[in-house]
Design a protein. Structure first.
Length: 374
């Protein structure tokens, strides 16, 4: 039943606080000390919300009703607008599909895993309702598993979805923006790599280890990433033209890369070709449609006594160190051979054979160093 001004005036304090109800969630609260305050209770996003509208009689019954009506309209309109905002899952998928054509297959899988982890708790929440503590709770769970790098990358990808949402007007801030400061710091350690002086003994042990010939050939010191080598297909190689063209979809930087082939590398490839007749250079022994795992090589390295001292990435680090310390080749040519993305990415995009003549000489020189180790 609606209040009257007379009821408001005549209401007397009691031992405990009580209320006189009006329409639209409006009520007059009477405190034990005699003070009277207007209050409105409304439902926002399924949750009860209470707001004070001022003290009676400074705010009259008529004015309190006007304020109550305005607030109810305001929140009703806001809720209708919120219904137009996408869920986090929807915004995440839009961002993912908008970006994935520029990513490698491996990166796509990693981003997909991050989004799926975020979707468990945030997927069905409106993008504009998500708060920093909710995001941090998810990231801290990942961190608690000991996956510090995964936690950092998942947070970064959450932030990218938020930035995408800001650009589309779904929200006005990025709640993931400063959460990196709440994460544990990870001590950076370089992946193990042997010095050149130990390579003769290392390669002697590797060559003498009883494993299949395919694994032996997989230790080809070309300077490329191990994933780029193990996923290589025979149709990428031109032995007569002495070049190996790696397509952009298999490169970390999404740029095609060309590797000069030396006499020693060609000999290795010809010997490898005699071991099988599959499309992949290094097919998995249980499924020839899949490449050998890098762990296979790593296990051989460990069993030869080099656990913690040499890794599959160590061959690439060795390649860089030996070439840079030689002072025979330009830093730009070495970096290009390592397929590191230059600052001027656009310039590099149309020329996968930058510094080609110098890189051919470089690879021939490095090949002679490797021969000296064997």
């Amino acid at each position: 039943m609606a209040l009257t001004d007379t009821e408001c005036k005549k209401s007397q304090p009691r031992d405990k606080q009580y209320r006189l109800s009006d329409s639209n969630g409006l009520s007059l609260r009477i405190d034990p000390n005699g003070n009277k305050y207007w209050n409105i209770r409304i439902s926002v996003q399924g949750q009860r919300k209470s707001e004070s509208l001022g003290k009676y009689p400074e705010v009259s019954l008529k004015k309190a009703r006007e304020l109550a009506y305005e607030l109810k309209y305001k929140y009703s309109k806001a809720e209708k607008l919120d219904e137009l905002k996408p869920l986090f899952r929807e915004a995440g998928e839009d961002w993912f599909n908008n970006q994935k054509d520029t990513w490698s297959h491996k990166h796509i899988l990693n981003v997909r895993a991050s989004l799926d982890e975020l979707y468990v708790c945030l997927g069905d929440k409106r993008i504009n309702h998500i708060t920093a503590p909710e995001i941090l709770k998810i990231i801290k769970k990942i961190e608690a598993r000991g996956s510090l790098e995964v936690a950092k990358r998942t947070l970064s990808r959450c932030g990218m979805v938020m930035k995408y949402s800001i650009a589309h007007g779904y929200r006005y801030d990025n709640p993931a923006g400063d959460l990196v400061y709440a994460l544990k710091s990870k001590k950076v350690t370089n992946l193990a790599s042997l010095p050149a002086s130990e390579m003769p003994e290392f390669l002697r042990k590797i060559r003498g280890y009883p494993c299949d010939a395919q694994t032996q050939h997989a230790i080809m010191m070309t300077g490329v990433r191990v994933s780029e080598l193990l996923q290589a297909q025979w149709d990428e190689f031109d032995l007569e033209g002495r070049k190996w063209d790696i397509p952009e979809e298999r490169m970390k930087n999404r740029l095609p890369h060309r590797v000069p082939l030396t006499d020693m590398m060609i000999e290795e490839l010809q010997a490898l070709r005699l071991t099988h007749n599959q499309e992949l250079l290094f097919p998995h022994r249980l499924n020839n449609k899949e490449p050998m795992r890098s762990e296979t090589i790593l296990q051989v390295i460990k069993r030869c006594g080099y656990a913690g001292r040499m890794t599959t990435h160590g061959f690439r680090a060795l390649f860089s160190t030996v070439l840079n310390e030689s002072n025979l080749f330009s830093v730009d040519a070495i970096e290009r051979q390592l397929a590191h993305v230059p600052q001027n990415r656009i310039c590099s995009a149309y020329n996968r054979a930058q510094y080609w003549d110098e890189r051919v000489r470089m690879m021939e020189w490095y090949g002679e160093q490797v021969k000296g180790w064997l």
